[in-house]
Design a protein around this ligand. Sequence first.
Ligand code: ASP
Length: 443
Amino acid sequence: MKKVVKFGGSSLASAEQFKKVGEIIHADTDRKYVVPSAPGKRFSADIKVTDMLYDCYHAAEAGENFSEKLVAIKERYNEIIKGLELDLSLDSEFDLIEKNFKEKAGSDYAASRGEYLNGIIMANYLDVVFIDSATVIFFHEDGTLDADQTQKVLSAKLAKHERAVIPGFYGSFHDGKVKTFSRGGSDITGSIVAQAVCADVYENWTDVSGFLIADPRIIDNPVGIETITYKELRELSYMGASVLHEDAIFPVRQEGIPINIRNTNAPEDNGTWIVESTCQKSKFVITGIAGKKGFCSINIEKDMMNSEIGFGRKVLNVFEDNGISFEHMPSGIDTLTVFVHQDEFMDKEQQVVTGIHRLARPDTIDIEADLALIAVVGRGMKSMRGTAATIFASLAHAHINIKMIDQGSSELNIIIGVANADFEKAIQAIYNTFVLSKLEIEE
Ligand code: ASP
């Protein structure tokens, strides 16, 4: 068995955390390829090393004295090295970084040093080979990943090493200039490495025991999700649930490699499995609930709309021309509603109204603001009668008025629109009905 293990910033923020990571890796000899992030926060008011690097480089770029800022970063690493009692000095690395900052090597180069240096420490601590990601992960000139070249070079390189540390978050353009992924991008590196070595599992270690059925800021102590499919995850993360970088799914999905989200601070927890497909059913019918506030709806009415060919296209043209993407578009016989993000729409509101009048000649346009969308997601809904009815009944009992209902044709989710003010109450009501009541019955 071959496992790729990625550790997030909070898992590597201090020597104490590093030791937990060391124990996790040593506990399973299949954990062969390690992808570290940069040191994250040690406590909630702390600053991530990545942010310190960006800040330090901005000072360097502005021609300010940045040595104090760089010393503070060096201290973060030295504290880890000392705590692990390693015979390692990063002095020459920091001299080179200082020189490159002065020569304005770029903010991507600067940020990438966070994982680069942590990778050197990790390789030393585990006594395995360190592979600089700039030599094995490549980007096209337009900034997108050159997946073909990366897989070719990376898999050939890793075939030569039974174990290795490959720092997360960065690679290079073909001319050697360092380029990072977007923030949180070490998740993507882990996924790319898993693909390159044909791993059996991609373990992604963080500071929570996987995904929760609902947002813990809304629901007290929500139940965790044991297994979720890639598609369900996409629906939930689109609606605001985030643990994993979105782009991390693609490389492993191509190979059908499962991802296991685990907690460095509670390694005994099984975490969440993210899989292509499964016959395992969620015992709650639904897999998760997520949602976002801050939408508004544009309700358009026109007599005999349903027989007018091209009406929808004309309306959507107006949104496109104004650079606004729409979220949902439920329609009735003579009505069509377009849901958009309120902050994107607000400035262009009157232009859109005028545009629709001009192009589509509706009878009325009515805008409603301060709406929230809630997605109830679950592969189990497909084979279950009455899920929608149960959702609506639970909202009715909680005295919540439903503004919109949209069931995707995949039958994987039901999206409900409610007033912003009802958002938390609605999630609570759905959670109580599907999860809490079931747990109470079991007890
Ligand atoms: N260190 C980078 C960040 O803070 C990348 C990562 O941790 O995944 O965004």
